[in-house]
Each structure stands twice: as C-alpha cells, then as structure tokens.
Design a protein around this ligand. Structure first.
Ligand code: HMG
Ligand code: MG
Length: 298
C-alpha cells in the first residue's frame, strides 16, 4: 500500500552540481539551497567532502555550509567517504552524513578507488564517529539495477551490501540506480530482496532518469512501502564516474506524482519550479522536468 507521507531528499546541490563541467559560484549554490528550503524541502544534500582532485565541483562544500542561512527544521547533509571527509562535515556542522558504497566491484574502484570490502572497512569508523557525534548516517549503494562496467547486478548482491551498511549502523540505506536503467518489475525484485534484510521504512530510493523510467520505478517502490525518495530539482545530476548517466529524477516530477497520489510531502510546487528555473538559467539550459516546462508555459 502507498505510504501516507513521503520524505523527499533533495540531492540537486550535490548529485546535480557535482557533474557540471563549469564551476558554479558559491553565491549561486547558496541561493539555490535557500530557495529549495523556502519551497518546503526539509532535507537537502548540500555537497561532498571528497577529494578536490576527484570532484573539483564540490571543493567549496565547507565554505558553502559556512555561508548558508539555515532554516529551522531543515536537515543539511553531506557525503563523507572517509574520516577526512567526516572531519570536514563535523567542522561544517552538517546535520547528517553519508557514506557511499556500490554493489559493483568495478564501480567501487572507479568511484572511490577501493574494493567493496575495503570500502566497508573505511566506512565503519566513519559511521561510528559520526554516530558518536550525534549525527545520523545514510548509506548509499550505487549500481543497484545495473553498472556501467559490469551490466546487470543481481538483487542478492545489492542486499548483501545494503545489509553490511545496515549492520554497520547506518540509519537509512539509499538504493541508487546510478545509470537509470531500471524498470518497475526489476525495481520490485530489488526492493523485495533488500527489504528482507533492512526494514523497508529504512530504505530510500535514488533513481537517475537516463531511460525515463524513474517516475514509474518510484511509483513501484512506493507501492511496496518505501517512503523516502531522492530527487534533484530541475533533473540536475549524474555521476562523474558513470559515463552516460543523466540526472536524477526531477523533484518537480516527483512532487507532481505525489500530489496525484494524495501522498503528503510538504513542498510548494510553484516555488520549487522557481528554484529549478533559477539554477537552470545559471547553467544555461532548461529544467529537464516536463512538469516544470508545462507549468511555465501556462
Ligand atoms: P584516494 O586517492 O584513494 O584517497 O581517493 P587517499 O586517501 O589515498 O588520498 C589521496 C588524496 O586525496 C590525498 O591528498 C588526500 O588528502 C585527499 P594529497 O596528499 O594527494 O594531496 N583526500 C581528501 N581530500 C578531501 N576530502 C577527503 C579526502 N580524502 C582524501 N575526504 C577518495 C579516495 C574516496 C577520497 C576519492 O576516490 C574520492 O574523493 N572519490 C569521490 C567520488 C565521488 O564523489 N563520486 C560522486 C559521488 S557518488 C555518486 O554520485 C552516487 C550516488 O549519487 C548514488 C547513485 O547515484 O548511485 C551517491
Ligand atoms: Mg546519484
């Protein structure tokens, strides 16, 4: 059955902007995040504490946290692949951190320069320290429905990685269809396999929309009881280590779906669209969201 309420995790400032070729100004990033909070989003992924040589677009995350006018009740989070990243997040007073692993060996090597087993060894102290500091920790699993290097990934393999992150102490597991190849039936098999080892209310779904299936997959996940959904305003996004992967599902499209389903989410669609047009204009393009384009044309 559908959940009565969904928590939207807005990943545009991180997943979206990490993949932009040019460097967006700190002022523009700050304004985007403040507009998103103003639209009612209660969880915003601000950036990543990662190597600036690997992802230069996220190098100003600490500064961005420092400049941000934080809104009461909004959770501002960041990616932290190792203890150095966690130090940055703690100094920045992030409200939640995320470790990010993968269900594919090759992707793990390409994205974070270590094997899946090594990644778990690196994440464990990050999770312990973050929790000791009172922070919640999200655990991402990438390539849950396919890998750019290895092709299909078995649900059982995803479940193993998700369970390791859960056993380690992650509070929530976000399942990433990094290259957006999933379809609803495969989404169902995935959620069923993972929900057998992690409570379904602790799962989030994270769909990239490369093949235009994200909304259909999200609907399927909702029907199975998932109530946390990641999305990026204007459909920004991708992954620098997954060639050909396009943006996340657009938050505008997700909000329109939830409105149609009568599921609560707390976001003002008009103000959200404004944030999407703002950032898209800065990037010299249009939002990928059909909802946003349709509403603008009215
Ligand atoms: P490494 O080279 O193996 O790390 O990279 P290292 O520990 O050997 O350190 C090498 C250098 O990086 C050193 O600097 C460190 O200080 C520095 P040097 O002495 O050479 O000048 N360094 C750092 N600097 C700042 N912050 C840090 C940090 N750690 C090391 N935290 C590492 C390993 C994980 C650091 C690297 O591979 C990396 O930064 N990867 C980031 C990849 C990334 O951000 N990918 C995108 C996010 S994941 C994603 O998009 C998928 C997701 O959306 C879900 C989905 O869609 O599936 C989440
Ligand atoms: Mg992603």
């Amino acid at each position: 059955a559908l959940p009565s309420k969904v928590r939207i995790v807005e990943v545009g400032p991180r997943d979206g902007l990490q993949n932009e070729p040019g460097q967006l100004s700190l002022e523009d990033k700050k304004q985007l995040i403040e507009m998103l909070a103003g639209a009612g989003l209660s969880h915003i992924e601000v950036g990543s504490f990662v190597s600036p040589r690997w992802v230069p677009q996220m190098a100003d995350t600490g500064e961005l946290f420092a400049k941000l006018a934080r809104k009461e009740g909004v959770l501002y989070s960041a990616l932290t692949p190792n203890l150095k990243g966690l130090e940055g997040a703690l100094a920045a007073k992030a409200g939640e951190v995320a470790v990010f692993g993968a269900a594919s060996e090759t992707f793990s090597q390409t994205n974070i320069n270590c094997s899946i087993v090594e990644s778990m060894e690196r994440f464990a102290p990050v999770v312990d320290k973050a929790r000791a500091a009172g922070l919640k920790v999200r655990g991402y699993v990438s390539c849950v429905l396919g890998c750019p290097y290895e092709g299909d990934i078995a649900p059982a393999q995803v479940a193993r990685v998700a369970q390791d992150l859960w056993d380690m102490g992650c509070d929530e597991i976000s399942l990433g269809d990094t290259i957006g190849v999933g379809t609803p039936l495969r989404t169902q098999a995935l959620i069923e396999a993972v929900a057998a080892v992690v409570p379904v209310e602790k799962l989030a779904v994270h769909f990239h929309d490369t093949y235009g299936m994200a909304i259909a997959n999200i609907h399927q996940a909702l029907l199975l009881g998932v109530a946390v959904v990641d999305a990026a305003v204007a459909g920004l996004g991708g992954c620098p280590y997954a060639k050909g992967a396009s943006g996340n599902v657009a938050t505008e499209d997700l909000v329109y779906l939830l409105n149609g389903l009568g599921v609560e989410h707390g976001v003002d669609l008009g103000r959200l669209c404004e944030a999407g047009w703002f950032i898209s204009e800065r990037l010299g393009r249009q939002p990928t969201s059909k909802v946003s384009q349709a509403l603008k044309g009215r």
